[in-house]
Design a protein around this ligand. Structure first.
Ligand code: ATP
Ligand code: MG
Length: 601
């Protein structure tokens, strides 16, 4: 999908934070010759804006320090993962870092898979990522390392550091103890190396059912860190895998696969969110126990992004999709990268947001208004100005002859003369916004009223002479007089009135569906105090109107961003639009209508 607005926006300046400081110090001390990070999503759902923070951090560090960043599918759990998710992740990452592509090479040449080879650290599995076109590249896969990972596990058994355990999942849990009560050794802990090797080979060969046996690291059942109490590192799963098919019925667990995938790929800084801090001793234990050569990767943790009015867990987002509470993962109300993209959020706005919120060790909630601000700033720069009326009310200019058409010139962008101008036809019948007229207006209402005057943007002042109502008392038409002397260049152009409104010429207007999106939840913390987030869905998160647009919007360039003046930022829906029949989506309103609601933010 094109993300090429008229002006690509400004690149955010290089930020500084504790992780970047550590990276800079490692480089200065000569610990690594080149920085290498990775972004490792599990392909069990679509990426959300929290992942965008991690993508911008990992790819951003690689870019800033002249390094590399791998996109790696952390695909060790076949039952939850799917090719659809792999493809969406690839598309989302490419879209998000697209503007940085020349500096951060995150993929590998298609079809080149690291071979299962030696486990003594001599073989370099690192592949030079492709710099070519996106069709030639694919992500890295943890599942590409199943053979070397298996060999590492065999090596750990040979070293007496891992054993096959026959405890059931329930008993394994019981033996583990609790944070304040030490665990108990498994009765299978002292099996001989030979027996362990034989059983592990049979686990791989498919001799046992799911859950019958596991491979466990032999560490310390009394450790205060529960992750060091002989963690399970392999389990049996007779299930097809989206990438390796039916080759395996034995799958490594996250902790075992992750540090070794990092090692295999030559990762230097393995950056993850704070909940993995307690896993770090295990990460280091595995790498050190195998006695691996060359600089080992290190794990660093930062606080995950939480956003107000947003839920951010793939599992819960999946529930919204499955229960048809949204139209899909790319519903423009979803906080997924694909939803934000479909809504018209430019990649640059997301990157600016992700860099602007910084990287810390403190968990907190970021106000969604910060994201919306970044979005408005970006769109204000790139969006072409257009006139559109969402809820039309007819105005008849009685002093213009039927069929008479005038033209007014309007700039496409107030601060960018290069964006050019266009001609707006002006005729006897116009549409204005229903909200811009009030029969009985309150004080300080400066728009149109009976007998009152208002300026039509880019055109002239009109006066409302007569209000036409239907039998039910609804206003259906305003009969007005246009004062053409007040147009730009006219003898009375300096005449001032308090209100200026937008309009379109009725016979020239294009009728189009416009989808008006608002926040998906009515509460800043949808899950506060254990509340079901589905109970606070905003019933007005989508409103569909048939709007009247100026004629130039009939065939919008795909990917173009528009400001419908006074209304907000819009773009043609890349999914629902048909040639000559665009469907516009509101990306964001001009102003935040939520902050004034007491107690909501
Ligand atoms: P979720 O809990 O939403 O399902 P996850 O952490 O299980 O997400 P992964 O696919 O494992 O999702 O995440 C890939 C990477 O993105 C990890 O390094 C993870 O730490 C990071 N990440 C996930 N959520 C966030 C977030 N909210 N803020 C920052 N980074 C995140
Ligand atoms: Mg996860």
């Amino acid at each position: 999908m094109s993300d090429a607005p008229a002006n690509p926006g400004t690149a955010p300046t290089a930020p500084s934070d504790f992780i970047r400081d550590l990276v800079a110090a490692d480089l200065a001390a000569g610990r690594y010759s080149q920085i290498h990070t990775r972004f490792p999503p599990e392909p069990n759902g679509y990426l959300h804006i929290g992942h965008a923070k991690s993508i911008c951090l990992n790819f951003g560090i690689a870019r800033q320090f002249g390094g590399l960043c791998n996109l790696r599918m952390d695909d060790t759990n076949p039952t939850k993962e799917d090719l659809e998710y792999v493809e969406s992740i690839m598309a989302d990452v490419q879209w998000l870092i697209g503007g940085w592509a020349d500096h951060c090479l995150g993929f590998k040449p298609k079809g080149k898979t690291p071979e299962a080879q030696s486990v003594n650290g001599q073989t370099d599995y690192h592949l030079a990522p492709a710099t070519g076109g996106s069709a030639d590249v694919e992500p890295f896969y943890a599942s590409d390392y199943f053979v070397p990972l298996y060999n590492f596990a065999v090596q750990l058994i040979t070293l007496g550091q891992a054993y096959v355990c026959d405890l059931s999942p329930e008993d394994t849990e019981k033996y583990r103890g609790t944070p304040d009560r030490p665990g108990t050794n498994s009765p299978f802990r002292d099996r001989s190396v030979a027996e362990n090797l034989e059983l592990f080979a049979r686990m791989k060969a498919g001799d046992f059912r799911d859950g019958a046996r596991t491979l466990r690291a032999k560490i310390d059942m009394t450790s205060p860190n529960i992750w060091l109490r002989d963690p399970v590192i392999y389990r049996i799963r007779h299930a097809a895998h989206h990438h390796t098919g039916n080759t395996w019925c034995l799958y490594p667990l996250y902790d075992f696969a992750h540090c070794l995938s990092d090692y295999i790929e030559g990762i230097t800084h393995s950056i993850c969110t704070l909940e993995f801090e307690v896993h770090r001793p295990l990460y280091d234990w595995i790498l050190q126990s195998l006695g691996l050569a060359r600089p080992l990767p290190h794990q660093f943790e930062f606080a995950r992004l939480n956003l107000s009015y947003t839920i951010m867990s793939k599992r819960k987002l999946l529930a919204l999709v499955n229960e048809h509470l949204v139209t899909g993962w790319d519903d423009p109300r979803m906080p997924t990268i694909s939803g934000l993209r479909r809504r018209g959020v430019p990649a640059n706005a997301l990157r600016t947001f992700a860099l602007g919120i910084g990287v810390t060790k403190f968990n907190g909630v970021t106000d969604v208004a910060v994201l919306e601000h970044a979005l408005r700033e970006e769109l204000n720069q790139v969006a072409l100005r257009r006139l559109a009326v969402l809820r039309p009310l007819k105005v008849v200019l009685t002093n213009l002859a039927p069929g008479e058409v005038l033209e007014f010139e309007a700039g496409n962008h107030p601060t960018d003369p290069d964006a050019g101008t266009r001609k707006l036809p002006f005729s006897r019948e116009l549409w204005i916004e229903q909200d811009d007229f009030m029969d009985v207006p309150p004080p300080k209402y400066f728009r149109l009223r009976p007998g009152g005057e208002v300026r039509l943007k880019y055109a002239c002042i009109i006066r409302c002479d007569e209000v036409v109502k239907d039998a039910a008392g609804q206003v259906i038409e305003l009969r007005c007089t246009a004062d053409l002397d007040t147009r730009s260049g006219g003898p009375n152009s300096a005449k001032k009135v308090k209100g200026t409104i937008h309009w379109v010429s009725a016979p020239h207007a294009v009728a189009a569906e416009v989808r008006l999106y608002d926040r998906l939840f009515t509460e800043a913390e949808p899950e506060k105090d254990g509340r079901d987030f589905k109970s606070v869905l905003n019933p007005h998160s989508l409103e569909v109107v048939t709007a009247k647009l100026e004629a130039s919007l009939a065939q919008p360039e795909s990917g173009a961003r528009f400001q419908f003046e006074r209304l907000g930022y819009f773009w043609p829906d890349p999914v629902a639009s048909q040639p000559g029949q665009p469907v516009f989506l509101r990306t964001i309103t001009m102003k935040d209508a939520w902050t004034k609601e007491a107690g909501k933010v």
